[in-house]
Design a protein around this ligand. Sequence first.
Ligand code: PHE
Length: 341
Amino acid sequence: MLKRLDRIKAQALTNLESINDPAALQAWKVKYLGRSAELAEVLQDLPKASKEERPQIGRRANEVKNALVAAYEEQANTLHKKALAQSLVQEHLDVTLPGRPRLKGRLHPATQTLRQLFRIWAEMGFQIYHSREVETDEYNFGLLNMPAYHPARDMWDTFYTTRSGIILRTQTSPGQIHVMRERAPEPIRVILPGMCYRYEQISARSEIQFNQIEGLAIGHNITFADLKGTLMAFASRFFSQNAATRFRASHFPFTEPSAEMDVECFICGGEGCSVCKDTGWLEILGCGMVHPLVLQNGGYDPEEFSGFAFGMGPERMTMLKRQIHDIRYFWRNDLRFLEQF
Ligand code: PHE
């Protein structure tokens, strides 16, 4: 038995020396130290040995076991160090390097302006009303006092679908009819934001698609003074506290009287520069008192109700504020442009 133990020890230690990987080391452990290892067998057979031999064999078996455990641990340790040294050489991971920056998105400049406008109009008591972008000819023109023969239609040439009478809206004004028909005879105070489409010779000043924000207020005794006061209050919030404004008579078929509002050029302070084309003024919106026919088409009695409407272009206003010289940048998706905002 003692000889057998010596042989087990010698064999185990020789085998251990040639082991190079963790899997083989694990197999070695099972084979020599596991529950069905030869060493365990020897211990199991201990009762069969004679009384005199028994303590001696027991002691030797323990010595062998301790020696094997110690050798195993040493080998495990060596293998671990080797693996570490190897990974340090092969895998060049430098934990002191800075991490990869996370790319942060941002809001499109037009969206930023829209949100600012929504906030200002909300403060002034205007709800947002979303109206459709695909419209009928009737809503976009007819109900806004532009029958089929009306020359004003030329200003708003648009995209026609293959279904007759179905077009992409050229302006947010058809939304006026939608809100009125939904709310009549309640008073109304809303803005109608969204995309409009026009068939244009594309230039630095016009695009085939752009946002508009329409405003509409309907009620009793609303006058042109309310229109002016509201828009001036708006200009002082959006541009600057004491932004000078002026109203010029204009024409829209769906408002009477109609006007265009200018704000004093904030680039040159009214002196005249290339942005305001030496006029000292920047045109920012069209507006007017809702035409009696339009009120009627919306379900309001023009004898009893009056109202004002306006339409502004958020991209245009962003251009003025941020001194962008070409409206086509907005929908070109060029990061060099977008990342500046
Ligand atoms: N819809 C007009 C345009 O697109 C703007 C406007 C809106 C004018 C409301 C008057 C009243 O040019």
